[in-house]
Ligand binder design. Sequence first.
Ligand SMILES: [Zn+2]
Length: 267
Amino acid sequence: MSADQLVQVVLADNPSPMTGRGTNTYVVGQGDVVVIDPGPSDKMHLERVETAIRQRGRAGAVLLTHHHLDHSESAAQFATRLDVPLAGIPQPEMPPLDTNLTDGDELPFGGGTLRVVATPGHTRGHASFWWESERVVLAGDLVAGEGFIVIDPPDGNMVDYMASLARVRDLDAAVILPGHGPAIESPRAYLESYIRHRLDREARVLAALGPDPRITPQILPAAYDDTPEAMYPIAVRSLVAHLEKLAAEGKVEIVAAGPEAAYQLKD
Ligand SMILES: [Zn+2]
């Protein structure tokens, strides 16, 4: 049976600038099925997820890619209702987990085995699930089928994020099923474009810096001149993530930390 027949996506009705068309909940397998990211506590949505489970068999586990509420809000209650364990990579913001996952764990289900791939960066403890026999990655918010992912420090970390993108690229998947947007049919090229996008941005950030300390309102318009001003409150978070990566690499000096933070090129 093909991955197409073995995975069902149920789109939550929570569209927004941050969630695109809404959050994708995946029901995976036949017989013993797993639910990935049950999504918001929306009765109608969860009923549709339950219908999808029933059409395929019965649930064996609920898995979380990360703690953001658009993925996890319903998770603890829903797992209890289904009487199955809730599993994810533990971190403080996660709902209470029954099963703590770690990189490399193998999760058998009715259709094969999902391997846990730790993909931190969007958040700490972000997990992707690699279904190697079908060459499918269920990637949460590592990538989106449309647009880009916000990296919001300190939970978000650009160094980790870039490493996670490269790691999933190197799996050489046939399909990525993201937490938002449509399936990604050319994962290697898509992830390459994500990596290039970040490196381009990093170059713009460097070009917007000088030997004197500059604060983010000075850096942002130059580094994000392709971004509408309405998006600046979100863009500034990714800017800080880029600056922290550059500081970790010794290219930028953080002159003052916290809300007063200023950044300058390191000589
Ligand atoms: Zn999300």
